[in-house]
Design a protein around this ligand. Structure first.
Ligand SMILES: Nc1nc2c(ncn2[C@@H]2O[C@H](COP(=O)(O)OP(=O)(O)OP(=O)(O)O)[C@@H](O)[C@H]2O)c(=O)[nH]1
Ligand SMILES: [Mg+2]
Length: 328
């Protein structure tokens, strides 16, 4: 009640309470592990302030944005229910809504009740235990025909230890590996199981994993130089490369604009002419070209930093790709 000298029967003057703050998760590309959550496990947004006399509204509690890596899946710990999947940079997820502020007695004054004794308490906020899981999404997808050497490459540049063998379709699900390319800098690469002609229609294994291709910002297209037809490596390289391009485009036309690097693999076992054939195909397409031997660990020092640098540049421009679209 308003109590002031010379103001008899001042009437109700209790202001409303402030709303409690909310806890929100924000996907942030700058983070790539959930490691910080080992140390801080409890997050509380600000409390709403009490309403005050003189019709003053209580302060609203501060919201608390919590940064999580892109690819974080948020579940309610007890039930396993998925609250959200933060897959894009800047995406937000409200995980705990703050309570509504209470209502002061000034709200309840009417013409017949000028001295309401009523004031409603505020609503409860939300208290939740969550389980976070990080689904790695590949920054770089390694694509190519079966046996091109994708798994061998990922094993050579990361700690991933996929099965490697000299028959097609060795890899049944993508292997993801964290590649470190500069002190404290990493990116995630995935070898996408062998794509073959018709993969986009479900042939082979490729289609199921093309989501890694879809989400990665950079494609590394591997061509087994050593097994190109020795009599006409140029024509064979062209045909081999076009097969993969056709599958990618049939799956998703936007992939035409995705930046891509062409890599001739197994150069320890390939002839100069075979390697040159892949280089020429890259040149025709305006693509960066590398010649490697993952088995002999040759050429990787040039390839890996190139990928890291291009990912940085792509993140900075946030534009899809700058390489030339490839022909269907
Ligand atoms: N000489 C040589 N052989 C290699 C090299 N890289 C891979 N290979 C061999 O090529 C074969 C296929 O390699 P993988 O890495 O399994 O090929 P992949 O592209 O993952 O094949 P899928 O999983 O079946 O699609 C294996 O026998 C490897 O040992 C290389 O740099 N030099
Ligand atoms: Mg493989």
């Amino acid at each position: 009640m308003r109590r002031e000298k010379y103001v008899p029967r001042g009437g109700p003057s209790g202001g409303d309470g402030g709303d409690g703050g909310s806890v929100t998760f924000v996907a942030d590309r700058g983070l790539n592990t959930l490691y910080p959550f080992r140390f801080q496990r409890r997050f509380a947004a600000g409390r709403g302030g009490h309403g005050k006399g003189n019709d003053r509204h209580g302060r609203n509690g501060a919201d608390l944005p919590v940064s999580v890596p892109v690819g974080t899946v948020v579940r309610v710990r007890e039930t396993g229910e998925i609250l959200g999947d933060l897959v894009e940079e800047g995406q937000t997820l409200l995980v705990a809504q703050g309570g509504k502020g209470g209502k002061g007695n000034a709200r309840f004054a009417t013409s017949t009740n000028r001295t309401p004794r009523r004031a409603d308490p505020g609503g409860e906020g939300v208290r939740l235990e969550l389980a976070l899981e990080l689904k790695l999404l590949a920054d770089v997808a390694l694509v190519g025909l079966p046996n091109a050497g994708k798994s061998t490459l990922i094993a050579a540049i990361s700690a991933a230890r996929p099965k490697i063998a000299d028959y097609p379709f060795t890899t049944l699900v993508p292997n993801l590996g964290v590649v470190s390319w500069e002190r404290f800098r990493t990116f995630v690469a995935a070898d996408v199981p062998g794509l073959i002609e018709g993969a986009h229609e479900g042939h082979g294994l490729g289609i199921r994993f093309l989501k890694h291709v879809e989400r990665s910002r950079l494609l590394v297209h591997l061509v087994d130089a050593a097994s190109l037809d020795a009599d006409d490596p140029a024509a064979d390289a062209e045909k081999t490369i076009a097969t993969i391009e056709h599958e990618l485009l049939s799956f998703q036309p936007e992939l035409a604009a995705r930046e891509r690097v062409l890599v001739a693999t197994k150069n320890d076992a390939a002839s100069k002419a075979q390697i040159a054939a892949v280089r020429a195909a890259a040149k025709r397409r305006g693509l960066a070209f590398f010649s490697i031997s993952a088995a002999a660990r040759q050429g990787l020092d040039a390839l890996v930093p190139h990928l890291g640098t291009r990912l940085d540049a792509l993140a900075a421009s946030a534009a899809p790709g700058s390489s030339q679209p490839f022909a269907h």
